[in-house]
Design a protein around this ligand. Sequence first.
Ligand code: NDP
Length: 297
Amino acid sequence: MDRYAVIGQPIAHSKSPSIHAHFARQTGQVLEYTALAVPADRLAEELQRLHALGLRGLNVTLPHKQAVAAQCESISERARQAGAVNTLQRTESGWSGDNTDGVGFAADLKRLGIALRARRVLVLGAGGAARGILEPILAASPALVAVSNRNPWKPEALAESFKPLGEVLPRTHVALKGDRFDVIVNATSAGHSGQMPLMPSGLLAPGGDCYDLSYGPAHAPFAAWAVRQNAARIEDGLGMLVGQAASAFEIWRGVEPAWEAVIVALRRELQVGTDTDLVAAVHAPVHRSHVELPPQD
Ligand code: NDP
């Protein structure tokens, strides 16, 4: 049986085995997909071991997404541009690396009907995920793209490396004071520690949309902020997660799964709340968000 795995640490929380099990069932593919804890100091030898064991492909998550590139025989142009690899495909003598985050992000925005064309787009955060989504953002012909970050040097470096694809305005969060955007994308990991970066007020234009790469409890701080900005749409990153996995599945198996149904199944598995929950409780019912609620007594 063809075998696949996701490697990272911590890995117990990973939804990838569940997502790929859905894809395999749905497309009639026979495969095994497991989650393997791999510490940073064992990455190189684990990649060799998994290759020797005959694994066909790997997904890569934190903390290896940057480091794994150096272990690949080759990497795709989009992975090089992102400076991060999340998908490995077996070659005869090693691994080739790719990055499907941008594809997953673009597919999810399309699914949700969130347009970027001729709109002012702000990306919060300048890490690997921000780099992964900038290519499709720039390709969508937005009116402008700004990237703001806590560490001021990262957006500068990022803007420089994306110059061949288009203009990215490097900013710090504080320096955004007085600016206005139609779409704000949260690509920070602040939500994982229950935080939202301190942002100037009035950043979101009327009718503006907010999209968060985080999902589950980590989505709550950005969702709460977006509610206060009167966002027309507030969406989490669960669709992107499933979309990037679908793209990896297609690279490995040559068949594209119908991933939208899997989002619904996964949301149910995660027991994540929908429209009526926290966000709607504090704001108008037009908002859609997916926030995990504390258990009811
Ligand atoms: P990185 O570690 O590469 O980057 C983290 C970013 O978040 C940096 O810009 C960092 O700023 C910023 N940040 C972290 N904590 C804070 C804070 N307290 N206040 C302000 N800024 C903060 O992570 P990734 O780019 O790989 O991931 C970012 C997020 O995207 C994660 O939540 C991850 O789970 C999510 N993600 C979701 C995917 C999906 O499919 N839905 C796919 C990939 C990622 P600084 O540089 O100043 O430290």
